[in-house]
Ligand binder design. Sequence first.
Ligand code: GDP
Length: 215
Amino acid sequence: MRKATYSTPAIILGMYEEYLVFTGRSNAGKSSIIREVVGLDVATGKHPGTTRRISKYALSGGLFLVDMPGFGRITGASKAEEERVADQIVRFLESNAQNIALVVHVLDISTFLEVTRRLEKKGLISLDAEMVQFLAKTLGYFPLVAANKIDKAGEEEITVNLEEFKYRISDGQPQVVGGYVFPVSARTGEGLGALKSAIHGRLVEKGYRTPFKTR
Ligand code: GDP
């Protein structure tokens, strides 16, 4: 007869961690969103030569904010470094999926269509759409999306960008993802209240009461 083995749950060992993860392409405004919404000043690693790594910050009782390095084209980085960053992000998300309370993906919505059309001409798909779909698949639920920099274009242009983005992340059914995409401006503050409430609501559902720093 095989001997039963009991593994002590991580929570009893005091090792239990859950993550509020922020992802985004380099320069999307991720650090600005984290600062404005969570009240945390995260280090930026976008200057050539600085380390681009995953940073963890304790928020409250077992909940950590995870700031992913910006991915995609990184000014001053080699192709190999860009690939290393992307691999590191994918590996973290895949191996910690069970401990991820929520992911917030930040993108620059003001240039979404322009960038996407350029890529599509080369037969490539938008990195932001790809990331959001990868997150939904890996987590088993939709991430929240901060569609940032809405102050950078007119209302009509932003609306078109938003609709195209939602269309691409939902396999052509934008109404399904409407509740997950928040148009915001980290610069003017527009829309941040709604994003913050959504993050708060999701974390409260998971038993966290005070996920944000008070300022
Ligand atoms: P990260 O690389 O994603 O962490 O991006 P940062 O937060 O460092 O922002 C990149 C640049 O975009 C900075 O120059 C910010 O001032 C600017 N930025 C961030 N959010 C906004 C926004 O909502 N509107 C505008 N116009 N600029 C923004």
